[in-house]
Every structure is written in C-alpha cells, then in structure tokens.
Design a protein around this ligand. Structure first.
Ligand code: ADP
Ligand code: ZN
Length: 505
C-alpha cells in the first residue's frame, strides 16, 4: 500500500485516499474481483487506475462513452501515464497503431468500447499480451431495466471465461438492490467482493415543491437563491427544453439547451459554454450529464418528475461536486405522474419492462410525498444504512410538513371515484366533490350523486393534493389508457370500509 500512496501523491497529486479507495485498490492490486458502488464524484477512476500502475501488464477499461474515455486518457497522458483509447471515432490507421503499441506493452491503461473489446479478433489479440486487470466502468449498463442499457455489456462475462486469472473490477454509481444483483449475475461476479461507499451527498439540499406555475416557480427559485450561478434544469421532453430555454433567455438569463434531437455540433458547443463559462444555466433532457464533471454546479432543478429514484439521484448528483452548498429543487404535481404513466404505456417496451417502470415511478412518488427526512428515505432505497439520523438539510427536516388525520376526506375522495364509475380524472372529481355545476357534471348527472358537494369544506387545491397523495400511497391508481383516469385499488377498499386511518400532508 505504500506504493499505492506514493503513486497517489506523485502522479495524481492527492495527499490521501477517499472513502474506500484504499481498500479497493489493495484488493484489486492483489488480484481480487470486486464490485464498487460509489456515488458520482466519489473517485471511482482511481480504484482501477492505481492498480493498473501497480500490476504488470495493461489494464483494459471498458467504458460506454467515447467522450468520457477521451477525457480520461487526456488527463492521464498529462500526468505522464501511458494510456490510450480504442473506439469508433478512430481512423483505421490510428487504431492499428494503438494495437501495435499494445502488443509492444507500451500502455498502462487502454480504454475501449465494449463491442470492440468483444470482437473475437481483439480478444485473440489481447491473449498475446499481459493484462493487469479488466475494469468495467458504468457497470449498470448491463441492467436491462435501467435507462443506460447496453446489450454488449451482457456479454462481458466472457472475460472471466477467457481470462480467469485476470482480476475484474466493475464500477457504478447506480446502486439500487435490483441493479446490484443484476450486475453480479450478468457479469459473473458471484464471488466478487462488494465495496459500498456512502451515497450521501450532505452538501446537497433536497427540496420538492407543489407544482402551480412551474416557470414562475423556477424563475423565483433561481433569482432568489442562485442568481448568476451555474445550474442544470431538467425537463421531460425536447419540446419543453426548447420552450423553457427561450423563456429563461427572455428573462435575461444566460442559458443554453441540450437534447438528443439537436445537431451534434450545436450540442457540443452548448455543452462547452456550460463547462467553460461562469454562471450559465443548462436546460436539458436527461440526454445531458453522463460524464460531466463540472465542480461548481450550484443547483439542479427538475421541472418534470424523474422516472425513478435512481434517475433523480444521478441527475441531482451533478450539483455541488466541489462539496460546497448546492440545491436539488423539484416542482411536481399529479399531471407529472399522469404524463409519466402515459410515456410508459406508449413506449414500445415489453410488458415486464413496463411493470418495472411503473414500480420505479411509484418509488419516486413515495419520495416526493415523504413526511420524514427525504435524504434518509433516498439512502434507504439504495440500501445505504450508513446515515441513521435525519439530515437537517432537506425541506422535510427544515420545514416539517404538518400531518393531519385525513381519513374522512380520503373516504369522500375514494367514494367519489367509486360513485362516478372510476372513469374520470382529478379535475372532474374535484368539481363533483366541491359541488361545481359544470357542463360536464350536468351532462353526467353527477349533481344527483350522494358525493356531490360533500367536499365543500376543503378548497380545490387541497383536494388535488389529497388525490396526488392517494396515488403516491397506492390508494388510487392511474388508469393505463393515459387520460389520467383514477381507479380504486385493493388497498383503497380497507379505507373505504373505515378500517384504516390515513394521515396526509
Ligand atoms: P467518479 O468516476 O466516481 O464520478 P472520479 O473518479 O471522476 O469520480 O473522481 C471525481 C473527482 O474527485 C475527480 O476530480 C478526481 O480527481 C477527484 N478525486 C478522486 N480521488 C481523490 C482523492 N483521493 N483525493 C482528492 N481528489 C480525488
Ligand atoms: Zn432531511
């Protein structure tokens, strides 16, 4: 380990190891297989870069992103480490030259795209040279249920069969229990040691607000807390990215956009501006962000509900990499849930995939409606039990929501869903409860129902919040047709029969 420390000091210029880096490096350097779960920015790269320098032979690093590889290689070369990258951006001659150098044992690290590594010709090639280790970066790409799924990742288990004596280290920042299990199975890492660093990002303050006018809410948030600071605003669609970008620009903000439908050159130059200039706001879909290492992003705002807690964690994790105070802010309402459900239904995915997607969305809703520390809830979701006390740095801790016994109101709401035939969305249901004689109400003769006007005591806003929380609690479900129709669930029967007390925010 003294050699590892001296490499850390002399080559990388850092004084000490972070988190579990030292343990991982020791383990891999002595030939062990492992899976490393560390949050974004936790320092995963050193976990294989230092063993690469400690062990004889070249370390082969599998990475899904060309841009990421190139950054790493450039940084390593600058420090005097012999590294190269093989990917589809190279001309044939360049690739051939790199392969020659590889066989001449001129590299400590070789970064490579998975499909290239798996090509039979390449596998035969590397059998002719000593290999220090295989590092499989962004290992969650092996997961079929995740949004970064790469089919080629699933074939990487052949590395173990062809090179049983070469240690393998898989790394990821996505660490919910299912994904972890899938990585272990698909990469053949059953005997591997699992290293888990805490996923807590204590300097990020998590905040979720009820959506009313999302643009104005965003503007107020930025102006009051982050004037002239760099931040990322995530939106669910390309169209919305463009609208919000134009609107923020009209408000005099320095703003650029990024989504997969834009020209490559435009995307690249917008990304450069965001990275190089101070205080630029990036409005983007989730196409933006993987591999982005800008330390002083002061806020990440979600104008639309993320698909999953994993997505939320990963996206918000781009804030405050420098360790200084940062905000993760989100505005969310029932419509977000309806839109997400429609996107799931409309996708071409397999039934099983949709089921998983709905479960992930449900977990995200539960997090949105948290009545206890949001951070604790999120960390538990990732199976991280290192933090046990409420954080004091999330909206729930700072401003504990008042909880009330809403059983009667909930019964009224559920019974209104039942009486109207489980065919309507929240707008109409609130009209019936509030006794609003709209054309729709008259047309359906819902003014004759026993639930008509039984909810006059509460304002429409409260009813909408009740319906939203009932969906989050699983007491109502959104019909899969995509029109936001609310239906009862198994769980709602117990409440309707008066057998369960319900507390709401
Ligand atoms: P990850 O891949 O986990 O997102 P990186 O490996 O890119 O994280 O590291 C994130 C940042 O932290 C980089 O700028 C890296 O140089 C820095 N870093 C990593 N390990 C250490 C350390 N032991 N001391 C100081 N800085 C470190
Ligand atoms: Zn908290």
């Amino acid at each position: 380990m003294s050699r590892a420390l001296s490499i850390l000091n002399k080559i990388f210029g850092y004084s000490s190891f972070r988190g579990q880096q030292a343990e991982v490096i020791d383990y891999v350097a002595t030939g062990g297989d492992c899976l490393v779960l560390m949050p974004t920015g936790g320092g995963k790269s050193l976990c294989y870069q230092i063993p690469a320098l400690l062990r004889p032979g070249v370390a082969i690093v599998v990475s899904p992103l060309i841009a990421l590889m190139q950054n790493q290689v450039a940084a390593l070369n600058e420090m005097g480490v012999r590294a190269a990258a093989l990917n589809s951006s190279l001309l044939f001659e360049e690739a051939a030259r790199i392969e020659q150098q590889l066989l001449a044992q001129r590299y400590d690290l070789l970064y490579i795209a998975p499909e290239r590594l798996l090509a039979p010709r390449f596998l035969r090639l590397i059998e002719r040279t000593p290999i220090a280790l295989f590092a499989i970066d962004e290992a969650h790409c092996v997961s079929q249920w995740g949004h970064d799924f790469r089919p080629e990742y699933g074939q990487l288990y052949v590395l173990h069969q062809r090179f049983p004596l070469v240690p393998r280290i898989a790394l990821t920042a996505t660490a919910d229990l299912d994904t972890r299990q899938e990585i272990i199975e698909r990469l053949g890492l059953k005997d591997a040691r699992v290293f888990i660093d805490s996923f807590d990002r204590p300097n990020i303050r998590y905040q979720v607000v009820d959506k009313s006018n999302s643009r104005m809410q965003l503007l107020n948030f930025i102006q009051s807390q982050h004037a002239n600071e760099a931040g990322i605003v995530y939106c669910a669609s390309r169209k919305r990215v463009e609208e919000i970008t134009a609107w923020l620009a009209d408000q005099g903000m320095r703003v650029v956009a990024y989504h997969a439908g834009m020209e490559m050159s435009q995307r690249r130059s917008n990304q450069e501006r965001f990275l190089q200039e101070e205080g630029v706001i990036m409005v983007a879909t989730i196409a933006f962000g993987m591999g982005i290492d800008k330390p002083n992003v002061r806020f990440v705002a979600h104008l639309d509900l993320p698909k999953s807690v994993e997505g939320y964690y990963q996206e918000t994790g781009r804030a405050g990499r420098d360790g200084r105070m940062a905000n993760a802010w989100m505005t969310y309402g029932l419509n977000d849930v309806i839109n997400r459900r429609r996107m799931i239904e409309e996708s071409q995915a397999h039934f099983k995939f949709k089921q998983v997607a709905v479960q992930k969305l449900q977990a995200m809703l539960t997090l949105c409606e948290a009545t206890t520390c949001r951070r604790l809830q999120m960390l538990r979701y990732f199976g991280d039990n290192t933090v046990t006390e409420s954080c004091g740095n999330c909206d729930v801790c700072l401003n504990p929501p008042q909880v009330w016994d809403a059983t009667i109101a909930v019964q009224k709401a559920l019974s209104c869903v039942y009486r109207t035939g489980q065919m309507f969305g929240v707008g109409h249901l609130v009209d019936v409860l509030r006794g609003n004689l709209t054309a729709h109400v008259k047309e359906w003769q819902h003014d004759t129902l026993s639930t008509f006007a039984i909810g006059e005591d509460l304002p429409g806003k409260t009813w909408r919040s009740i319906f939203r929380q009932l969906v989050a609690l699983g007491l109502l479900t959104i019909d899969s047709e995509g029109y936001g129709v609310l239906r009862l669930t198994e769980a709602s029967r117990v409440v309707l029969r008066g057998k369960q007390t319900v507390y709401l925010r």
